[in-house]
Design a binder for this molecule. Structure first.
Ligand code: SF4
Length: 363
């Protein structure tokens, strides 16, 4: 037996005995394990949390409230700088119409994702959330906002993260998701999004969000120019945060869409393969042994995302809109039955997860 196959056997035994793998183990798995081994180990970890053939899904819409942004991430095809042509801010009526459309289709989850627009204060967003709650009540839930927007809103209002979290919660916000995490290494952020907050600031904010009693998620995006070591560092930071603070109710990874972005041009608009995405999903499930819900990305992988259920995922969302990824090349399939049929053909029984009905018990 070669040294690496002996090490792989040791890692396999670790997973089977519910022992945690290390970053070095993760690197070896990535480099040496076959896809079939990754899939098998991820499925073992999945069954600690979920019945083998079960999975859940959401029907949701991302509303891009404004495309005006000062962050200038080089992987973004969505933003317009302040004062440039083409900038927009959605009105309350436009947002209500988008929510009405989603409700008519049977969906109940809205994700807000907008740019860092200096013209829009935290009070603007608090008023928007109040108006949505007043009109729609608990028929709709809001993944509002992403942590990236939260950081900007707090900063722009000169508020501590704790004070900003309190203010948003009072307005009716229940969730601040991990959106905007991309790759959580300081070097990655210096390379690609130097105006979008450091990793240290990200986790300070995440800690304040959890302390305020808001719900949150973990996210990740792969397929830029990050190294495997950077991906593992991201997973390791996420796992440590969950150990030390907790509160991340799910982990969602999606892939970089390169079209019309400066980084995409530099990388010749080449996307990673779905096979690589699925392998990463498996690694995430094995590594993140403290996050029960692992989600696979229909938005960026379309029907191939459903294969993620065989690589450790247990949940997926069916999106009807997200301008940020669509502008960079994502395509959306509104044939919901077709998507659900793919899950069924793989042996899973998808159950609708009504986020709007999922309220934690009163303290
Ligand atoms: S990814 Fe988000 S923060 Fe970065 S430039 Fe685009 S809209 Fe702004």
């Amino acid at each position: 037996m070669s040294p690496s196959s002996a090490s792989l056997s040791a890692i396999r035994r670790k997973v089977e005995s519910r022992e945690r793998i290390t970053p070095a183990d993760a690197l070896l798995l990535w480099r040496e394990a076959t896809d079939e081994e990754m899939r098998s180990l991820a499925t073992q970890v999945r069954t600690r949390f979920h019945a083998p053939n079960s999975c859940t899904y959401l029907l949701m819409r991302i509303i891009n409230t404004t495309n005006v942004c000062v962050a200038q991430c080089d992987y973004c095809a969505f933003y317009t700088l302040p004062g440039q042509p083409g900038g927009y801010v959605l009105t309350e009526a436009q947002i209500f119409a988008k929510i009405d459309e989603l409700l008519a289709l049977g969906g109940d989850l809205i994700g807000f994702n907008g740019g860092f627009n200096p013209q829009l204060s935290i009070d603007h967003y608090c008023n928007l959330v109040r108006a949505i709650r007043a009109r729609f009540g608990d028929r709709i839930e809001l993944y509002a906002f992403t942590i990236a927007e939260f950081l900007y809103l707090a900063d722009h209002a000169s508020l501590s993260y704790a004070a900003a979290a309190r203010r948003l919660k009072q307005a009716g916000v229940r969730w601040i998701t991990g959106g905007g995490s991309e790759i959580l290494t300081e070097d990655f952020r210096r390379r690609h999004s130097k105006f979008k907050y450091t990793v240290a600031q990200f986790f300070q904010a995440q800690t304040a969000i959890v302390a305020a009693g808001l719900r949150t998620t973990a996210t990740m995006v792969i397929g830029f120019d990050e190294s495997i070591e950077e991906r593992i560092e991201h997973l390791d930071r996420t796992r440590r945060f969950q150990d030390e603070v907790g509160g991340q109710e799910s982990f969602l990874c999606w892939t970089f869409k390169p079209w019309s972005t400066p980084l995409g041009a530099a990388l010749h608009n080449i996307e990673i393969t779905s096979a690589e995405y699925l392998r990463h999903l498996a690694l995430s499930r094995i590594y993140l042994d403290n996050i029960p819900r692992i989600r696979t990305s229909v938005l960026t992988q379309n029907e191939r995302a459903l294969e993620g259920l065989l690589y450790g995922a247990d949940d997926f969302d069916i999106p009807i809109e997200d301008e940020v990824t669509q502008k960079a090349g994502a395509t959306i399939n509104l044939n919901f039955d077709r998507i659900l049929d793919v899950a069924r053909s793989l042996g899973f029984t998808p159950t609708y997860r009504h986020v709007a009905l999922d309220h934690p018990p009163a303290p």
